[in-house]
Design a protein around this ligand. Structure first.
Ligand code: SF4
Ligand code: SF4
Length: 392
């Protein structure tokens, strides 16, 4: 990590586009026939049981060999974004070290929550949400202090670059999103500390299952593609977390009708080049969800420009929920499904264009590349592996 200390002083020549403005509140009424349940279906006893028997760990700590391969293949997007990421990590660390003011704000929880939302918007976060901290979804490797409330910070990544998926340019959009997310989450943590409260920002790729908190804070629902689908934006967002002891009012999971939208769409299922996305949801660790086949997905992500075809072809992420509801009202169909605009993409491994429902052939040279060591049965970090430390 010493290299980060040096890199943060270098000028930012990444050419990162400006962030889009914060989202306006989503106020559209969801049609009755799309409603199912708020957030996700959860069996808390099952979640508890799994958390005790098989605690969740940070992916790169469990699979350090795979992460080396991924970094090696990710030079195209990592080299130009590294200084920006290093600066974000530096700011996370600076905010962690800052002592809270000895004069604690006398404002009520309602007032502090409203002040925090305004500050989140002022510093350019797309949106924030608040949820209780849940140790089941925190990685034991995390070196971030765990305080009782979680502030979920969303940053929308550049829309135009996202539409070029899969390629290095699109992956840069994700890295810029993480860098900006860390910078602004650190700013928000410092703001809370100036109000006299403890605040512990977390780094990228995270100290916890961030999507859990996005759903718990009512910011979106889990798509069949395994991503947090938010209603406001037409593009994918990056999720950063901070925990705080400030007395905040929690948000609750919301039913945006997205499960039914997914059921009517399934574009990600049809277009995934290796069939890694199941058609339907079933319970996994106590949460009903569509669990991606990581053994098929990871080699493609590592070798095909980050893949993410399942994001490119997602109408919610491209057009936003409002446009989808308008189109569905007029036509009974999901906007963009079956069109090349939504479902088409250029495949980096053969240079060919694939239209709706067409998928490239991905052979064993990719799926079973002997240089990508990846033991999916491994459930915890191998002995001697030092986890990535963002805060310390
Ligand atoms: S990233 Fe690519 S391989 Fe993985 S699930 Fe999405 S479309 Fe499939
Ligand atoms: S592509 Fe369609 S099915 Fe897949 S997550 Fe997006 S809306 Fe849901």
């Amino acid at each position: 990590m010493k290299i980060l200390t040096v890199l943060r002083f270098l000028p930012d020549r990444s050419g990162a586009p400006d962030l889009p403005p914060p989202w306006k509140p989503f106020e559209r009424e969801i049609p009755e026939d799309l409603l199912t349940y708020p957030g996700e279906i959860r069996d808390e006893a099952e979640e508890e049981r799994y958390a005790k028997a098989e605690p969740l760990h940070e992916f790169f700590s469990v699979h350090p060999e795979a992460s080396e391969f991924i970094v090696e293949h990710g030079r195209g997007f990592l080299q130009s974004t590294f200084t920006k990421l290093a600066r974000g990590v530096h700011l996370i660390r600076r905010a962690t070290r800052l002592r809270p003011s000895s004069k604690r704000s006398p404002a009520s929880p309602e007032e502090i929550t409203a002040i925090l939302r305004r500050e989140g918007e002022r510093i350019g976060l797309s949106r924030i949400g608040i949820a209780p901290n849940d140790p089941k979804y925190t990685f034991p490797e995390s070196d971030a202090e765990q305080l009782p409330n979680v502030v979920v910070c969303l940053v929308e990544q550049d829309w135009e670059l996202t539409q070029t998926i899969p390629c290095d340019e699109a992956e840069k959009a994700a890295m810029y999103g993480y860098a900006e997310g860390m910078t602004r989450t650190a700013q928000l943590a410092e703001f809370l500390k100036r109000m006299g409260y403890g605040a512990a920002p977390q780094g990228f790729p995270g100290d916890a299952i961030t999507i859990h908190y996005g759903v718990a804070a009512g910011l979106g629902q889990l798509g069949i593609n395994g991503q947090l689908l938010t209603p406001e934006a037409g593009s994918r967002c990056r999720i950063l977390l901070l925990t705080t002891d400030a007395p905040l009012i929690h948000d609750s999971p919301v039913d945006y009708g997205l499960h039914k939208v997914c059921d009517e769409c399934k574009a990600c299922v049809r277009n995934c080049p290796v069939g890694a996305i199941p058609q339907s949801r079933k319970p996994y660790r106590g949460v009903v969800k569509s669990k991606l086949n990581t053994v098929r997905c990871l080699p493609v992500v590592a070798q095909a420009g980050g893949c993410a075809v399942c994001m490119k072809v997602c109408p919610v992420q491209r057009y936003g929920l409002e446009a989808i509801l308008d189109h569905r009202e007029e036509t009974g169909e999901i906007l963009g499904v079956g069109t090349d605009e939504l479902e088409g993409y250029d495949w980096p491994l053969d240079g060919e264009h694939y239209g709706p429902g067409e998928t490239p052939r991905v052979g064993d040279e990719v799926l079973k590349n002997p240089d990508l060591v990846f033991d999916f049965s491994r459930k915890e970090p191998p002995p001697g592996v030092k986890p990535i430390r963002f805060v310390g």
